[in-house]
Write a protein that binds this ligand. Structure first.
Ligand SMILES: C[S@@+](CC[C@H](N)C(=O)[O-])C[C@H]1O[C@@H](n2cnc3c(N)ncnc32)[C@H](O)[C@@H]1O
Length: 283
């Protein structure tokens, strides 16, 4: 018992274990995630519908989507943005590795008679033969990736964008990092049976990686049969300068920054900010 508790409460090295896909692709958890996406009362998994409406309107106007532009939403979830963006006249593709969310999005598109292409895939490995005018990655998903995954994703995006195309995404800021604290808790059936429909206890250990501006939520789930599972949810927080440097290395340059993906005015005290970037022009 003492040895197990020591293991549960020991801080891993930065990005030592990465398995956050277990949050989205596991069958049981994917159903909880879908319920969060569709719950208008909470900004979990997706933001509220008023925000999404506002964001889709802003994206439509800013990127002239009505002229039949081609866009791809990376991590589209159940299609809350794609369904709205398709109404602007854009040709829309959505990619997600949650089978449950993609199945829901496809059904919605059939019901609404919308022509949206949904791809069930990991966006890190996405290879497209067509190039897009706009790629979106919404709800700070970029922050959940480790440096190697971020580099792989930016490489995929650069190869998938037209020369005059744009990437729009949002990230957590250093103001958000400043508010974060290390915590340790133990809860029975934590998050209302999110982890399993069986009985379990869940330890949540939250660690700060000060110099790197990274937080880790480490969940250790112990079920009735003493089976242990540990899920590592890393989050990287960014300054505008950090993200500019990371994008530049990948061949992207920032053209604008906003408070969010609905185009509100940027402020360096907000907990999140949104970035518009395009492929660096070749000399
Ligand atoms: C926080 S949710 C945001 C969903 C959507 N962008 C929104 O704001 O409504 C993150 C989504 O990204 C998907 N996702 C995360 N990593 C992914 C990956 N590597 N490849 C494909 N989808 C991924 C998850 O399944 C989930 O649907």
């Amino acid at each position: 018992m003492y040895k197990q508790l020591t293991k549960i409460t020991s801080r891993p090295d930065l990005f030592e274990h990465c398995n956050a896909s277990a949050l989205w692709t596991d069958k049981h958890r994917a159903q909880h995630m879908l319920a969060y996406h569709l719950n208008e009362a909470i900004d979990v998994s997706s933001r509220n519908m008023d925000f999404i409406d506002r964001s889709a309107t802003w994206l439509g106007k800013t990127f002239d989507l009505a002229s039949g532009k081609r866009l791809c939403d990376f991590g589209c979830g159940p299609g809350l943005y794609t369904s709205r963006l398709a109404q602007t006249g854009a040709q829309v593709t959505g990619i997600d590795f949650s089978e449950n969310s993609i199945a829901y999005a496809r059904q919605q598109a059939r019901d609404q008679k919308q022509d949206i292409e949904y791809i069930h895939s990991n966006y890190l490995n996405f290879h497209s033969t067509e190039k897009f005018d706009l790629i979106t990655l919404i709800m700070c998903d970029y922050c959940a990736l480790n440096p190697q995954q971020r580099s792989q994703l930016l490489n995929t995006i650069v190869h998938s964008l037209k020369d005059d195309g744009h990437l729009v995404f949002d990230v957590y800021s250093l103001s958000a990092f400043a508010e974060k604290q290390e915590t340790c808790s133990l809860e029975h059936n934590q998050l209302n049976h999110f982890w399993s429909d069986k009985e379990y206890f869940c330890f949540l250990n939250t660690y700060r990686y000060e110099a790197e501006h990274v937080m880790l939520d480490q969940y250790t789930i112990i079920d009735e049969n003493d089976h242990f599972e540990t899920v590592y949810n890393w989050l990287q927080y960014f300054s505008p300068e950090n993200i500019r440097t990371e994008l530049r290395h990948a061949g992207l340059e920032i053209t604008d920054m906003y408070a969010n993906v609905a185009g509100d005015t940027f402020s360096d005290t907000d907990t999140e900010f949104a970035i518009v970037a395009r492929p660096t022009k070749k000399a």
